[in-house]
Design a protein around this ligand. Structure first.
Ligand code: NAD
Length: 357
């Protein structure tokens, strides 16, 4: 069956890196993969086209598509716009509108890039963690929130809140992923201090009864932050709330050396998803042809695995990426002496060539 993919290039390096990912998708036609792609603007490009960082037509396309591939949004040109017109607002809105409550961020260290990590190679080599972050709840969305005058001074406040159903659905996603991996799940919270975390832990334990094969453990977020740099290989899958996941997933991503290597998926209850690199629009290098397209190409692999149930095609892409790294191809962000420095297009071409071999 022909799959429909909504392609949202976004801003900055977005168009450059997604172009390479599309070349990889095109190359999959040789293996019988059928798809049609339709483009629509988002972020600053959406504002330029329709005065809205998430134009109505873009949202409609995203809702109709089987999956969404996104580049990145944002840029200095848009930083002075009113808050609701800013590119990042378009991103938050599309996640919310599509009900993408589970954010999957793998932190995988490719052996060839061990030297690029800020930790010692023996601490990170073989690292393969999947962080499942709840994406539509928690303190980022909780009410009441605001800044008001109390006792003659300004007070800022937010609300950390999770309902049982919100915890349950993301826990199911995390256990499901653990089942396909090494069957270890660590739930991260702060149940020693926060009631919200107490409930989180209780529900995760309850959901765990449906997955007796998965070894469930619990860790306070402060300890998890420490363990991630002390002994990161102890983790297989981590499940956590929105704010803790925001911070821990950035920390975990740096263990692997480059922000240009890491993909992400945001899924709804039916595994429909939006796929994007974890990095931003990198305005400092936009238009220079030097951005690393591998995070976006690996996002396509995740799209195939999690939404389109095409694991074999996903593995082909991941193997092709491994191959080009083994062949020594490097964009500037992952370059080390003795390797072959290439630009965005040449890196995309190398992955396509490796796919065809
Ligand atoms: P960034 O991720 O865009 O860039 C951080 C640094 O990493 C820069 O030096 C950049 O050149 C480099 N970098 C990022 N991606 C790279 C790649 N593929 N290849 C090589 N180098 C790469 O973060 P930032 O500079 O803080 O933000 C820039 C803009 O992106 C801002 O407008 C921000 O709001 C936006 N942003 C968007 C998203 C998103 O679309 N999901 C995420 C984060 C930031």
């Amino acid at each position: 069956m022909t799959k429909k993919i909504a392609v949202l290039l976004g801003d900055g390096i977005g168009p450059e890196i997604v172009a390479e990912a599309m070349k990889v998708l095109e190359a999959l036609r040789a293996f019988g993969f059928k798809f049609e792609a339709e483009h629509a603007p988002i972020g600053g490009a959406g504002y330029d086209a329709a005065g809205d960082p998430l134009p109505e037509a873009t949202l409609k396309l995203a809702k109709q598509a089987d999956a969404v591939l996104l580049g990145a949004v944002g840029g200095p040109k848009y930083d002075t716009l009113p808050r609701d017109k800013r590119p990042e607002r378009g991103l938050l809105r599309i996640r919310k509108e599509l009900k993408l409550f589970a954010n999957l961020r793998p932190a995988l260290l490719y052996p060839q890039l061990a030297a690029a990590s800020s930790l010692k190679p023996e601490v990170v080599s073989g690292l393969d963690i999947m962080i499942v972050r709840e994406l539509t709840g928690d303190i980022y969305f909780g009410q009441p929130r605001g800044i008001e005058i109390r006792d003659g001074e300004r007070v800022g406040f937010n609300t950390m809140v999770y309902s049982e159903s919100e915890v349950r659905r993301v826990a199911h996603v995390a256990f499901g992923i653990a089942m396909k991996r090494r069957k270890q799940l660590c739930s991260v919270e702060k149940a020693n201090v926060l009631e919200c975390s107490e409930l989180w832990k209780e529900i995760v334990i309850e959901v765990g009864r449906d997955y007796p094969e998965v070894a469930l453990s619990h860790m306070y977020v402060d300890n998890a932050a420490m363990q991630l740099v002390r002994a990161p290989k102890q983790f297989d899958v981590i499940v956590t709330g929105n704010i803790f996941g925001d911070i821990l997933s950035d920390e975990a991503s740096m263990l692997t050396g480059s922000i240009g290597m890491l993909p992400s998926a945001s899924l709804d209850a039916d595994n429909k998803g939006m796929y994007e690199p974890i990095h931003g629009s990198a305005p400092d290098i936009a238009g220079k042809g030097i951005a690393n397209p591998l995070a976006t190409i690996l996002s396509v692999a995740m799209l195939l695995r999690y939404t389109l149930q095409e694991a074999a095609l996903a593995e082909r892409i991941e193997a092709a990426v491994q191959k080009v790294l083994a062949q020594g191809y490097r964009t500037g962000d992952i370059y080390t002496e003795g390797t072959r420095k290439v630009g965005t297009v040449a890196m995309g071409d190398a992955v396509v060539a490796a796919l065809r071999q």
